[in-house]
Design a protein around this ligand. Structure first.
Ligand code: 2AM
Length: 490
């Protein structure tokens, strides 16, 4: 048998898989391609991979035999059972120290389990987030690997080689942490992506309904926003979408049905935030807004029965006032975005404690800085904030972001208030503002809430004039006993 020459094998020849293989090939790596439906291997070799050094395999055994040791086998297959099935198929053919990599959109809990399982068999396992879509996979994605740390040295050159680069060659890929940390960070990335998209959609909706602006006018506004601190992939594509014309020359965006789909990573972020008691309210609003949008028939019926104010604002008719209001919308978008990332990082910090990961928060911002869907100039500022103070408790407390919120606050409040008056829904702008106002409140009405809980459930309360940890119960009605509830703590 000839000496194996394969640096890495890749299972799963959907577009992402194919593109990542071609990207690896461009960077000088020798890739072995395999797919469950082996006809796809031949098609790939005869077409997209023609003239490259990519090798094909028609069985797991053949694939493994073509790999140098330690063997590196990466899967880009449908999340769920397919990943477990391939692990089982691979195990008999691999040896101690070989590495299995899952680059799909797996749930971090599954990755956590797979790392332990593979390690128990003497193998190493990496679960990695790969973001950037098909284009990213081909030209340079953001790669967020976690799992068996011992495997990092053996995959680092490949992963960092093919990943996106920022600031003259800094790779958007670094080791995230043990177990499911890589897939967790990818999940938060997707949650934040939901939030960013919702914020942009709210800005668009106010301009459209409140200011009566055309797609072309909004195209100009987004083009301008993309020059400044909002410079990002999502603002850039929004600019292009608003300028895109249908075959008859009218804006295509106006013809697209307003029902949003979702695949689940936003929902997982929100479920985990509830489990860890972290108020990731903006991502939650983004997920729920997609749910409301998908109730199209119900909304159409409700629109006939439930009346509100005329959304067109008076400022729409005054060019100077309109311009000022558009600047306020930009402030609302920017400040809300700062809140959303602050909330996402709150969840990351809590998850790190709960799941015992040592996360590098600046490093995570750097991984998201290029290649992925949320890539932006803004993430460079988040990296700077954590470089300045790795122990930063909350992004809102960083000097730079504190200053930015201060400058944006007036416009932000103006937009939320105007939208409320005109009946234009801005759930993400509003929840961001509500969170900001709660977070900066030394006292909240939870004193009353605790009284209510003690009244109906004898749940007890602490007092402002006594040390923390001392609990009191009051017999509020004079009826019933003085027994407090100690077991129920919902
Ligand atoms: P296929 O081409 O044989 O369908 C994206 O769907 C990728 O995941 C494809 O490469 C697909 O292989 C693979 N895939 C999906 N479900 C799978 C399963 N249950 N087992 C193996 N591969 C699967």
């Amino acid at each position: 048998m000839s000496t194996p020459t394969g640096d890495i094998a890749l299972i799963g020849l959907a577009v992402m898989g194919q593109n990542l293989i071609l990207n690896m090939n461009d960077h000088g790596f020798n890739v072995v391609a395999y797919n469950r439906t082996t006809a796809k291997v031949d098609e790939f070799l005869a077409n997209e991979a023609k003239g490259t050094r990519v090798q094909g395999a028609h069985s797991i055994e053949e694939m493994v035999s073509k790999l140098k040791t330690p063997r590196r086998v990466m899967m880009l297959v449908k999340a769920g059972q397919a990943v477990d099935d391939f692990i089982e198929q691979l195990i008999p053919h691999l040896s101690a120290g070989d590495i299995i990599i899952d680059g799909g959109n797996s749930l971090y809990g599954d990755t956590e389990r797979r790392v332990k399982y593979c390690e128990s068999k003497g193998l190493l396992f990496i679960g990695t987030g790969v973001s950037g879509g098909e284009e990213g996979a081909r030209r340079g994605p953001s790669i967020m690997p976690g799992g068996s740390f011992k495997a990092w040295d053996a995959v680092k050159d490949i992963f960092q080689g093919v990943s996106a680069k920022v600031d003259n060659g800094v790779p958007c890929c670094d080791w995230v942490g043990y177990g499911g940390a890589g897939h967790y960070v990818k999940m938060i990335h997707n949650g934040i992506e939901y939030g960013d998209m919702q914020l942009i959609c709210e800005a668009y909706n106010i301009m459209k309904s409140g200011l009566g602006m055309s797609a072309d006018e909004m195209h100009e506004v987004f083009a301008e926003w993309n020059q400044g601190e909002l410079d990002s992939f999502l603002v850039e594509i929004t600019r292009d979408i608003l300028g895109f014309k249908d075959v008859d020359g009218s804006p295509l965006v106006d013809r697209i049905l307003d029902t949003a789909g979702q695949k689940g990573t936003g929902k997982w972020t929100v479920i985990d935030s509830a489990n860890l008691a972290q108020p990731v309210s903006l991502i939650a609003e983004a997920v729920f807004s997609r749910c409301v949008s998908s109730m199209k028939d119900e909304r159409v019926k409700a629109a006939r029965k439930l009346k509100g104010p005329n959304p067109l604002m008076a400022v729409a008719k005054n060019p100077t006032a309109k311009k000022a209001f558009i600047a306020d919308i930009k402030s609302a978008l920017y400040a809300s975005k700062i809140v959303s990332y602050s909330q996402g990082y709150m969840l990351l910090r809590t998850a790190a404690v709960e799941y015992k990961w040592k996360l590098n928060y600046g490093g995570i911002a750097l991984m998201w800085r290029g290649g992925c869907i949320i890539r932006s100039r803004f993430l460079g500022k988040i990296k700077e904030a954590y470089d300045t103070n790795p122990k930063l408790a909350n992004l809102l407390l960083d000097d730079y972001f504190r200053g930015e919120i201060k400058n944006s606050q007036k416009g932000w409040r103006n937009v939320v208030a105007a939208a409320a008056r005109k009946g234009i829904p801005v759930p993400a702008f509003s929840t961001a503002l509500a969170f900001f106002d709660q977070y900066r409140s030394a006292s909240l009405p939870a004193n009353l809430l605790q009284a209510q809980r003690d009244y109906f459930g004898a749940h007890t309360y602490e007092r402002t004039d006594k040390p923390r940890g001392e609990f009191f119960h009051t017999n509020w009605t004079g009826r019933g006993g003085n027994v407090s509830s100690s077991t129920y703590n919902a």
